[in-house]
Design a protein around this ligand. Structure first.
Ligand code: NAD
Length: 258
């Protein structure tokens, strides 16, 4: 049995991932705001530290894999805190317990939205570890209404994808034998997208931004099964990748430009 920490375990992709792992007989410790083994707010530094300490305690010191799914898409400053710092700080705090595993692994959920227009200043502030500055930039954008405020989401995911590429090859991750990767979904049918997909107008807007020629909107299982492989013992050499599991959205939008 391997011990997995799954964030966002109460809903959507995280809930499906936790279910699939449990069905395979793995031990899962879920983290979420509510309805989880560990109820913590990953939007704050203290919430992240409490969650990490409790996870290490419940795992009895040894964690085999971390799968970070918790995230929000709202045009609000908290989106950069949860989606970037809530992932990177938690993963970093769990490194000592991962190093106790024979086959440690980590995977995070980014988004194809990381390719959309974003705020380079916010991305740089996040990568510099400056949460205060990143949140201040997000607050300025959010104050200009939901359309401009939406930039916070792609910025948070852009920063997260870049962090994965940078961190994955450092002594702490690759050097410690820990594959670290990201999955970038297209449009997944979960509570996050339910409201948008409930109307033809919302659906048309989403589909214009995220074209999915292969099998259209995806179930959370399509992401969960990839997260399971990335964090399995079988993954020995895949590191630092942002894998677009998105029905062909990235290939459609970027074409040859990779
Ligand atoms: P979801 O809303 O169903 O689940 C997200 C979970 O994260 C919820 O249970 C929520 O409570 C938790 N969460 C939010 N803020 C938190 C906080 N401060 N502390 C702890 N937990 C918190 O959404 P989902 O669709 O399953 O999304 C999972 C991940 O996939 C997110 O990172 C999202 O950005 C990403 N993603 C989703 C889609 C999509 O179309 N649904 C597309 C691309 C990427």
């Amino acid at each position: 049995t391997r011990t997995y920490i799954v964030t966002g375990s109460a809903s959507g992709i995280g809930a499906t991932t936790a279910e699939m792992l449990r069905a395979r007989g793995e031990k899962v410790i879920g983290i979420d705001l509510r309805n989880a083994d560990i109820e913590a707010d990953l939007s704050t530094p203290s919430g992240r530290q409490t969650a990490a300490a409790r996870a290490i305690e419940l795992a009895e010191g040894r964690i085999d894999a971390v799968i970070a799914c918790a995230g929000i898409s709202a045009p609000i400053p908290a989106t950069i805190s949860v989606n970037y710092f809530g992932v990177t700080e938690l993963l970093t705090a769990l490194l000592p317990a991962l190093s106790k595993s024979d086959a440690p692994r980590a995977a995070v959920v980014s988004s194809m939205a990381s390719l959309q227009p974003n705020s380079p200043e916010m991305v740089e502030a996040a990568l510099a570890g400056d949460e205060e500055k990143a949140v201040a930039i997000a607050a300025e954008l959010a104050a200009q209404g939901p359309e401009i405020g939406y930039l916070v989401y792609p910025s948070s995911k852009r920063a997260l994808s870049r962090w994965v590429r940078r961190a994955s090859i450092t002594p702490e991750w690759a050097g410690a034998g820990i594959p670290l990767n990201a999955v970038a979904p297209g449009t997944v049918v979960t509570p996050m997208t339910a409201q948008l997909l409930a109307t033809p107008e919302g659906t048309a807007m989403v589909d214009a931004a995220v074209p999915m020629p292969l099998n259209y909107h995806q179930p959370p299982e399509s992401i969960a099964s990839l997260l399971l492989w990335l964090t399995s013992v079988e993954n020995t050499h895949l590191a630092g990748q942002v894998i677009y599991d998105d029905g062909g959205a990235d290939a459609t939008l970027r074409g040859d430009d990779i």
